[in-house]
Every structure is written in structure tokens, then in C-alpha cells.
Write a protein that binds this ligand. Structure first.
Ligand SMILES: Nc1ncnc2c1ncn2[C@@H]1O[C@H](COP(=O)(O)OP(=O)(O)OP(=O)(O)O)[C@@H](O)[C@H]1O
Ligand SMILES: [Mg+2]
Length: 333
């Protein structure tokens, strides 16, 4: 039987490090280094039975009656679209709207609906918790109901107040008592007249030793590596507690580390529950038990660690794309 060629659309721009013509086109939104991106594009050229359309920038599109057009090309005519780049992560952003609109018609990887859940720590924790993953317990509350949280906080002892869409550990705050929470929330509503994050999210605080902190990177259901942050990325939280924190928001300062079988099991269950094809989960250890405290829709990407483990990042992305092509091929056969 003569099977029709699958149409694959890709937007995986390279990370721009120097001033170069590509910087204008991609506006510095690439996430993977240029050499790796080039290797990946060559691997895609070697695909048989697939019509590959590269460089289809969904961020520079418009939507006409649910059809996405970029450079005169209609993305909805593809069978599968794979993207990996920085997006406007704000609620209701155009970038996310495009991807979600497209995903109504064709397979989109990374899945934008799941990606959006992953951006919100409250929704992501909830998804994991429903799947039985060992993830931090949460409370979400409106500032008008602050007094109703008192009982839970007293039971927990200490809590972590966290921006739902935060990063670099910024704004992650240790709450040591109910009065402390009440006064902080009252201060914010007295000065701003609102809850800046719509609702406040609290997590149970779990006593842990920061040396046991482990970050993981997962691509296509494979835990590619674990890593830990160097001491330069640790800061005190108060009350003897520590957290991972990146004051200058530059990343890096990591080293490869082992992942226990239990962490790996939890990470892969979390991966399946969240449904983001590329993702990372951060673990702390409390009383010997791993607990996920963070989901990263752009997981730690460290070329050094890939190399150290004799892995090739271009291969990992390629494996993801070929798996998705096979699945899509079977679904539409
Ligand atoms: N529930 C918790 N109990 C104890 N420590 C916590 C808890 N939640 C977070 N921490 C500490 O605070 C750090 C920062 O929290 P979190 O990872 O959620 O923030 P983030 O802004 O997403 O950080 P990143 O940019 O590193 O992903 C964690 O890595 C951990 O060290
Ligand atoms: Mg994070």
C-alpha cells in the first residue's frame, strides 16, 4: 500500500549567543545551542517518508477562523507540529492561544494544554497529586478567606508561599506562623487592593537538607539525567531552612548527580500525569522520602552533562520526534 507522506512542521530555533542575522528573526527565543539545533535539523533531513517543513514560526502567525498562517503556510495542513522555544507564558497569551488552536486540528508537541498546566504550580501539583505522585501538599485561597487557612497552617507548622508562575526561586517564602501569613497578605491587599497572583498558593513546608536536592530532565519518557545546583545557588529561607535561588537569573552552576530508583519512578509517573513531552521535576527529600516541589516546562538543559553521560541532545530530541511521527502515522493510517 502506498502510504501518504506525513507532513511534519518544526519550530526549534537555535539559542542566539552572539549578534547574528538570526537574532532578528528569532528574537532570542531559542532554547538549544546552535550546533545541537543544526545536528537535529540534519537528522530530520534524513527522515524517509516524511515531508519536513522547518522554521515555521508560530509566534509570527495570525489565526483566520481557527487556521494558523505563517509566511503564507497553513500549519493546520500538517499532520504534526513540533515546537521548542521560549513563549509568552502569561495567562491567555497569543503564543499559547495559537498552539492550543492548532492542537484542536493536529498533533502538537509539546502539548500546549499540558504545557500550560505545567506553567502553573498549583494546577501542576494538583495533576501530580491526583495521579498519586509524591508532590508537595497545597492550599489555594482568596485573601478574603485568610482566616479559614489558620487550621491547616497550624497543623502543618510551617508553609511555603510561592508565586504560581514563579521561577529562579524568587518570591518563594517561608511562612512560620498564621500571624505572619495574615499580616503579609493584609499588607499586599492594603497596598495593592488585590491578590497579584489572583489567589495565594501555599505549600506544606517539608524539612529537608539542601544537599539532597535533585533536579531531573525528561525527554520523551526517558529521564536523561539528574543534576544538583552548586552552593552558589543556595540561600537561607530563614528559620534554619534553605532553598535553591538564582539571584541573577542566569541558570547554570550545576553538576550531574545520581537519581534514586524511587525518584526516577516518581518522576516518570509525574511525566505521564502531566503529559509534557519535555519536562523536569525538582525533588527535595523529607524523612527519606522524595517529594516533588517544582515542575519545569523548560527543564534544566546542560550540554556538559549530556556529554558526560555519552548522550547526544540532538538524538534525544530526534527520538522524541520519530516516536511522535510513528504514533501520528498509526493514528491517521
Ligand atoms: N514545599 C517546600 N518545602 C521545602 N522547600 C521548598 C518547598 N518548595 C520549594 N522549596 C525550596 O525552594 C526552592 C525554590 O522553589 P521552586 O522550585 O518551587 O521555585 P521556582 O521559582 O520554580 O525555582 P526554579 O527556577 O529553580 O525552578 C526549591 O528548589 C526548594 O529548595
Ligand atoms: Mg521552577
Amino acid at each position: 500500500m502506498n502510504r501518504k507522506k506525513l507532513k511534519l512542521g518544526v519550530f526549534i530555533p537555535p539559542r542566539i549567543t552572539e549578534v547574528e542575522p538570526g537574532a532578528v528573526h528569532h528574537a532570542g527565543i531559542g532554547r538549544i545551542p546552535r550546533a545541537t539545533q543544526r545536528d537535529l535539523m540534519s537528522l530530520l533531513d534524513s527522515l524517509d517518508g516524511v515531508e519536513v517543513h522547518k522554521d515555521l514560526n508560530f509566534r509570527q502567525s495570525f489565526i483566520h477562523n481557527g487556521k494558523i498562517y505563517t509566511d503564507g503556510f497553513c500549519l493546520n495542513n500538517l499532520d504534526i507540529y513540533v515546537w521548542y522555544c521560549e513563549v509568552d507564558r502569561n495567562v491567555g497569551s497569543y503564543d499559547l492561544e495559537v498552539l492550543k488552536t492548532l492542537a484542536r486540528d493536529i498533533r502538537v508537541v509539546v502539548d500546549p494544554f499540558n504545557f500550560e498546566v505545567g506553567l502553573d504550580k498549583y494546577l501542576a501539583h494538583l495533576r501530580l497529586s491526583k495521579a498519586g505522585v509524591s508532590v508537595a501538599e497545597t492550599v489555594l485561597f482568596d485573601h478574603n478567606n485568610i482566616q479559614r487557612v489558620k487550621g491547616v497552617l497550624e497543623k502543618w507548622g510551617r508553609a511555603i508561599l510561592k508565586p504560581r508562575r514563579g521561577k529562579f526561586g524568587k518570591g518563594v517564602m517561608l511562612i512560620e506562623s498564621y500571624p505572619m501569613l495574615r499580616d503579609m497578605v493584609d499588607y499586599i491587599s492594603s497596598t495593592t487592593g488585590l491578590s497579584p497572583d489572583k489567589a495565594y498558593m501555599l505549600e506544606r513546608y517539608y524539612d529537608n537538607t539542601i544537599d539532597d536536592w535533585v533536579g531531573t530532565t525528561i525527554i520523551n519518557g526517558e529521564l536523561v539525567y539528574g543534576y544538583r545546583k552548586r552552593t552558589s545557588k543556595w540561600v537561607p529561607l530563614g528559620g534554619g531552612a534553605m532553598k535553591v535561588y538564582d539571584a541573577n537569573e542566569v541558570g547554570g552552576e550545576v553538576e550531574q548527580c545520581d537519581v534514586t530508583p524511587e525518584q526516577e519512578r516518581e518522576a516518570l509517573t509525574a511525566y505521564r500525569a502531566l503529559g509534557c513531552e519535555i519536562v523536569g521535576f525538582d525533588f527535595i527529600t523529607h524523612k527519606g522520602k522524595p517529594i516533588i516541589v517544582d515542575e519545569n516546562t523548560f527543564p534544566g538543559y546542560y550540554e556538559d552533562i549530556f556529554r558526560q553521560l555519552n548522550k547526544n541532545p540532538a538524538d534525544e530530541f530526534f527520538k522524541l520526534i520519530t516516536c511522535e511521527l510513528n504514533r501520528t502515522g498509526q493514528a491517521i493510517a
